[in-house]
Design a protein around this ligand. Structure first.
Ligand SMILES: Cc1cc2nc3c(=O)[nH]c(=O)nc-3n(C[C@H](O)[C@H](O)[C@H](O)COP(=O)(O)OP(=O)(O)OC[C@H]3O[C@@H](n4cnc5c(N)ncnc54)[C@H](O)[C@@H]3O)c2cc1C
Length: 509
């Protein structure tokens, strides 16, 4: 007799999932459901929806082959209630079950929905992460500042990754000073591994086109892998071809090389097809074998056991209201250019176009182009958060929100970032080829054709002076501003405001 349902969500596609390891495959029924509510609470990029649905279908087939009974709802099933809780209730009715076993969702919205469901739901910890909530809380306890770097060192000690006894390999925790090189002239890689859609993936693509084709973003060509075996091949491809230069060019941006030396593994990692430790061990091994230099291996491992685990810790520590924070009281709408409307700013046009086509942009494009501009333009962080959550293939709230609300928009008041990530055009010019051929002149500070980032950078600092002028890391910026001729400052502020007014009025800028 069936007494219990086991919920497996679309980003929980791991056979090691706690709900599965604690369930009984002889008596329990696994519930997996494709539902419209999950595709539309923000209007997710069609590629992201397709990746999740295709990977869910293949994971369900694997579970069945492993002896599980799976109640799988396809999106266009006629009796599909189109919500997770609705499907749980329907299956509970169908199987006469009242208990549900679940692994904690990565989003407060779903945690609350399960808590409020009229069923007995047992929620287990998601132990696919390296730091549990208790570990993170213990680390955070009593600290004035929750700086990632110190959390990361603890994670290195706990995992033993790149450690020599109790010392970090190479005698340094962090090799970032060797990274951040401008874009290379000789790009030696063509991007991540491409997977041709098979018949099953093509069926999902047709379904997604029919149901979500009006969302922002191009569905085809679709080249993500949808099984663990494919994800492992993508990992191997990254370690073999891209890792050696990952560190050096981590921050560089090139119009014709959208992925450069980045891993593009976050989609697989975040839906559970890969685990964080196995990725880091593969990278550590490449370094031990002399295939990758220490700055690449350390830099990469820091992103996973440092940043990724840290932002998740912050999301759960800070609670459900985190996504509503707005300490800078920014209120503007998201400019239409974020949805693909024409803009003369080449960097934004390139970053948004790439997002439209790939559902992917790398960290610096997200932080220093689209994020930087939204912050400088006074956009309400809630709108920025919803945009990032919708448009990126790897966006799940536990990881997207702290990166957007905290790191990129400083809306949490500095829990994650010790200063706002804002820059003038000079940074973008140094790290990319975007400025060449742009309508605006990056070297020009004011007047017709001046780069808008140059104007808005000072406009932002001036607007938020009361909050930031005492920030030790920003003193130099304010001293530079104060040394500027007063007339010049007036012109910058006036032209910056004029630019914002014109953009908000719908002019193509
Ligand atoms: C505004 C903003 C929003 C972001 N939203 C997301 C998101 O929704 N989902 C997401 O996974 N990452 C997000 N990031 C972090 C980062 O941009 C992506 O993890 C990265 O671009 C994924 O591509 P990749 O696999 O090629 O990464 P690589 O550059 O090759 O890095 C390797 C891995 O490290 C991890 N990683 C790197 N940086 C971070 C970080 N800051 N936080 C968490 N993990 C990190 C990822 O798992 C990534 O796969 C965001 C960053 C910013 C600035």
């Amino acid at each position: 007799m069936v007494t219990r349902l086991v919920l497996v969500l679309g980003d929980q596609l791991s056979t090691t999932l706690s709900a599965l390891t604690q369930a009984d495959r002889d008596t329990d029924v696994v519930v997996m459901a494709e539902v419209k509510a999950e595709g539309t609470y923000v209007r997710h990029h069609p590629k992201k929806i397709a990746l999740i649905l295709a990977a869910m279908r293949k994971f369900a087939a694997q579970l069945r082959a492993d002896g599980w009974q799976v109640a799988y709802s396809e999106l266009d099933d006629t009796d599909n209630t189109q919500s997770i809780v609705g499907e749980l209730l329907r299956r509970a009715d169908q199987y006469g079950a009242s208990q549900v076993l679940a692994t904690e969702p990565g989003e407060w919205r779903l945690i609350e929905a399960l808590r409020d469901a009229p069923l007995q739901v047992g929620v287990l910890q998601d132990d696919r992460f390296l730091a549990s909530h208790a570990t993170f809380e213990a680390w955070a306890e009593g600290r004035k500042q929750l700086r990632m770097e110190y959390f990361y060192r603890d994670m290195r000690r706990t995992t033993g990754l790149m450690m020599e006894g109790d010392k970090p390999a190479g005698d340094k925790w962090n090799f970032d000073h060797d990274n951040r090189k401008p874009a290379p002239k000789d790009v030696t890689i063509g991007g991540p591994l491409v997977f041709e859609p098979d018949a099953e993936v093509n069926a999902v693509l047709d379904l997604v086109e029919a149901e979500f084709g009006d969302h922002f973003g191009q569905l085809r060509p679709f080249s993500y892998g949808t099984t663990r075996a494919e994800a492992l091949r993508a990992l191997d491809h990254f370690v073999t071809h891209a890792l050696p230069r990952f560190g050096d060019f981590q921050d560089a941006m090139l119009s014709d090389h959208r992925f450069l030396y980045h891993a593009v593994l976050s989609p697989y990692l975040n839906i559970g097809l890969l685990g964080p430790l196995e990725i880091c061990q593969a990278v550590e091994q490449a370094w031990k074998d002399g295939h990758a230099p220490i700055n690449a291996a350390e830099g990469f491992i820091r992103q996973i056991i440092g940043w990724r685990e840290y932002v998740r810790g912050i999301y759960f520590l800070e609670g459900p209201d985190y996504t509503k924070r707005n300490v800078l009281e920014q209120t503007a709408d998201l400019p239409a250019l974020y949805w693909g409307s024409k803009t003369k700013m080449r960097c934004l046009s390139k970053a948004v176009k790439q997002t439209d086509v790939e559902a992917y942009a790398h960290h610096i494009q997200r932080l220093m182009v689209t994020g930087n501009f939204a912050l400088l333009a006074g956009v309400d962080p809630r709108h920025v958060h919803e945009w990032y959550l919708a448009v990126y293939v790897d966006a799940f709230e536990w990881v997207e929100a702290p990166n957007t609300v905290g790191m990129s928009q400083f809306a949490d008041g500095g829990i994650i970032a010790s200063k706002p990530y804002v820059s003038s055009g000079a940074y973008i010019n140094r790290m990319s080829d975007y400025c060449k051929g742009c309508h605006y002149k990056v070297a020009q500070k004011t007047g017709e054709g001046a780069c808008p980032f140059n104007l808005l950078y000072w406009h932002f600092l001036d607007t938020h002076r009361p909050r930031f002028s005492n920030n030790a890391r920003m003193g130099n910026m304010y001293r530079t501003w104060d040394r500027m001729d007063e007339d010049k400052r007036d012109v910058i502020l006036r032209e910056g405001q004029d630019f914002l007014d014109r953009m908000r009025a719908g002019e193509v800028v």
